[in-house]
Write a protein that binds this ligand. Structure first.
Ligand code: URA
Length: 442
């Protein structure tokens, strides 16, 4: 037998290559820890191309990942950047009650906007690394940036200062889990959002890195969620809770309904406007209910008791906190919020009760109106969105307005209206009631 000998080139040669890793996953194999560490690190550094990561994401989307693969992928994403630590910060001589919330993505899901000031007003400190729109779901950053002047690009020192002085900072993840920043943007434009391993690792890498001590997850169930069925959403919640615990982040989850949009406004500025209504003590019942349920979970997880978060909406303290937070981040709530220059109203074709208003169709329509992205780095329209005049369970007469659509670019109306085809059912009787909060997973 011939023996080959050669001088090993040593450490200059990469131990893995992207095509082999893609092929392994494409063919249903399991990625080794070392392969995962390498590909996340190489992609973050730019040594793996977007095209290669896109192919790998699609392979993961189609083939899934084992529990250990998800855990390693998440840890590698956490390790791709820095991990913030606020445990040295004090307010009135006491450590901060650092707690955060994250949603797996929904339609009309503006809950972070009223929730953060409610928790601030109850004594919590919220370091919130927020995201941009993903697929048909809106992003907190895109919504908040519709406030003139608001900036989410906060340096670390500024986050620390705001946490101490105000009790919250809402910021773009920046150098936290930079692998997620790149992968998130890629998933948004490659139809690879609806994947349990990719959602769990995306959410948890940011949240583990952001420096909270406790986390409450809002895991959505229904057509407007990325994972539609209750069984899939339960598995997602369980996976994320376990990932948090494994990294020393006390994590719990609510499973909540996302079959129909939350509230009456879907889009960017329109959702800020509705959040202001909630902070003023009004607003749609479901938005208030979910805000308060999540606030109670956050306060409990942070060990803060004795304050009823509902009081902060009644007495205006949450609104005061929101104004202070927005002002600290450069926003001016005295200037008008943008509204799409053109509008189109859709009316009811028959008389009866709205039996179904489909969250996914509404989310896609709003995305088509320009509230989300279909190309890398695309600028969203802050005024794009939709108002819901009749929600599920509400009576309507033929010819009355059902939905009003807003955009700056009227050529988008046709595609948005096409998404809404079949999205509304009107019948003789009200639909059976569905609980907003389905379960709690700890
Ligand atoms: N939120 C995230 O941060 N990532 C996802 O994949 C979905 C929701």
């Amino acid at each position: 037998m011939t023996q080959f000998t050669f001088d090993a080139p040593g450490s200059n040669v990469a131990p893995f290559d992207a095509p082999t890793i893609i092929r392994t996953k494409r063919d249903g194999g399991v990625l080794s820890d070392a392969a995962i560490d390498w590909v996340i690190d190489a992609y973050t550094r730019g040594a793996v191309a977007d095209e290669q990561m896109s192919a790998l994401l699609m392979a993961i989307f189609l083939r899934g990942m084992t529990g250990p693969e998800i855990a390693r992928w998440t840890a590698a994403m956490v390790n791709s950047g820095e991990r913030l630590d606020f445990t040295d910060l004090r307010r009135d001589g006491r450590p901060l009650a650092l707690v955060d919330k994250h949603s797996t993505g929904g339609v009309g899901d503006k809950i972070t906007i009223p929730l953060v000031p409610v928790v601030m007003a109850c004594g919590g400190a919220v370091p919130q690394a927020a995201g941009r729109g993903l697929g048909h779901t809106g992003g907190t950053l895109d919504k908040l940036e519709s406030i003139p002047g608001f900036s989410a690009e906060l340096p670390k020192e500024r986050i620390r200062q705001q946490l101490c002085e105000l009790g919250a900072a809402i910021f773009a993840a920046g150098e936290l889990a930079p692998a997620d920043r790149k992968i998130y943007a890629l998933r948004d434009i490659t139809a690879t959002t609806e994947s349990l391993p990719l959602i769990a690792s995306s959410v948890m890498s940011k949240k583990i890195a952001e420096g909270a001590r406790a986390l409450v997850l809002d895991t959505k169930v229904g057509s407007g969620a990325f994972l539609k069925t209750e069984a899939e959403s339960r598995e997602l919640a369980r996976t994320m809770v376990d990932l948090g615990s494994a990294h020393g982040l006390s994590t719990r989850a609510l499973l909540t309904d996302m079959a129909t949009p939350l509230g009456r406004a879907v889009g960017n500025a329109v959702e800020v406007e509705e959040s202001l209504e909630v902070l003023a003590g009004g607003g749609p019942r479901d938005v208030v209910e979910l805000t308060l349920a999540l606030a109670r979970e956050m306060l409990d997880a942070a060990g803060l008791d004795g304050v009823d978060p509902a009081d902060t909406l009644r007495d205006g303290t949450a609104m005061d906190r929101f104004r202070a937070l927005v002002a600290a981040q450069g926003g001016d709530l005295n200037r008008p919020l943008p509204v799409g220059r053109c509008s189109e109203t859709l009316t009811a074709s028959s008389t009866g009760v709205v039996r179904r208003l489909d969250a996914l169709a509404v989310g896609l329509a709003v995305w088509r109106l320009g509230a989300g992205r279909s190309a890398p780095g695309e600028q969203v329209q802050f005024g794009a969105g939709l108002r819901i005049h009749r929600r599920e369970g509400e009576p309507v007469t033929a010819g009355e307005p059902l939905l009003t659509l807003y955009t700056d670019t009227p050529e988008r109306f046709a595609a948005a209206v096409a998404e809404l085809d079949g999205a509304v059912d009107i019948g003789d009787t009200a639909p059976p009631p569905r609980p907003l909060i389905i379960d709690r997973i700890v």
